[in-house]
Design a protein around this ligand. Structure first.
Ligand code: C2E
Ligand code: CA
Ligand code: CA
Ligand code: CA
Length: 279
């Protein structure tokens, strides 16, 4: 028994060491990547069901690693959060997304917004307001085309503070979406007070619409709730026609997911958006 315990301990210790090594390694790599500008944004189309066209693009960061290739955000965002590097990445994503949309607008893309993900750290940063204001003025993007996505857990962790920050942001003219809605604890009293425009139903619900009636009626309830509060509903992670049909019946406003399109590289966005029509 004793030697088993010892083995378990050794195993635990090894995996901890491995994790730590990985973290230290990724952190060092991330610092280099920031210096050498190894990040790019992909853009996932958001389709308005009423308009049958692409009305939004969600900017999603990827790391173009010189040896490892394209690395998805889940492999480095958590480490960027632990090391505080996340605000540097978010600042970059924000500026790049605004710059890119402005460029697409000059090429003729009209009435399409860009959504940028903000980490909790960036959302609570005292410089956020001036960062957003400066970014808009330097890129020349009109504020009504910028949407900022904040997760439900970030918004609800200190709702009173969140309201103040959100109000200041909306005074700049940008809009706010609550991301991953339904995965955390939400206070309806606060939800009503948030100056937001959109609730994004989390993919973990959407993917179970067909297999679980309770999840389906939950999605339906979220859509009703959102509309009662005067908010739009975006469903994320829509992959199948059955999910889409259900979401249409639930009066969901906007759909985002592989069914319509995976996140696209910059070169593919304009061709997709200008040729897309759904009825
Ligand atoms: P998220 O904000 O919930 O973004 C949606 C994720 O779901 C994206 O993953 C997207 O590619 C994926 N997705 C969309 N439709 C489907 C679908 O139909 N099926 C499946 N299986 N997946 C779908 P991605 O691009 O890997 O991003 C993961 C997360 O990384 C994002 O989740 C977001 O939390 C974070 N992230 C991405 N870019 C940034 C950024 O610039 N800043 C911060 N702070 N976080 C970011
Ligand atoms: Ca998001
Ligand atoms: Ca989400
Ligand atoms: Ca999600």
């Amino acid at each position: 028994a004793k030697s088993q315990g010892g083995q378990r301990y050794a195993f635990f210790d090894e995996s901890l060491k491995q994790q730590l090594f990985n973290r230290v390694q990724v952190e060092a790599d991330l610092r280099t990547a920031i210096k050498e500008n190894q990040f790019i944004l992909y853009y996932q189309p958001q389709v308005s069901l009423a308009e049958g066209r692409v009305t939004g693009l969600e900017a999603l960061i990827r790391w173009q690693h010189p040896e490892k290739g394209l690395i998805p955000p889940n492999a480095f965002i958590p480490i960027a959060e632990q090391t505080g590097l996340i605000t540097t990445l978010d600042t970059w994503s924000l500026r790049e997304a605004c710059r890119q949309l402005k460029e697409w607008q000059s090429a003729g893309l009209a009435d399409v917004t860009v959504s940028v993900n903000l980490s909790a750290q960036q959302f609570q940063d005292s410089e956020l307001l001036s960062l957003v204001a400066t970014t808009l003025s330097e890129t020349g993007l009109s504020p009504e085309y910028l949407d900022l996505e904040i997760t439900e857990s970030c918004a609800m962790s200190s709702p009173a503070c969140a309201i103040t920050i959100m109000q200041a942001l909306t005074e700049l003219g940008v809009s706010i979406s609550i991301d991953d809605f339904g995965t955390g604890y939400s206070s309806l009293a606060y939800l009503k007070q948030f100056p937001i425009e959109t609730l994004k139903i989390d993919r973990s619900f959407v993917m179970n619409i067909e297999s679980d009636d309770k999840v389906a009626s939950l999605c339906d309830s979220i859509a009703h709730l959102a509309h009662r509060l005067g908010l739009r509903v975006v469903a994320e992670g829509v992959e199948t026609e059955e999910q889409l049909k259900f979401l249409v019946s639930a009066a969901c406003d906007i759909v985002q997911g592989y069914f319509f399109s995976k996140p696209l590289s910059v070169a593919n966005v304009l061709p997709f958006a200008s040729n897309f029509f759904w009825e």
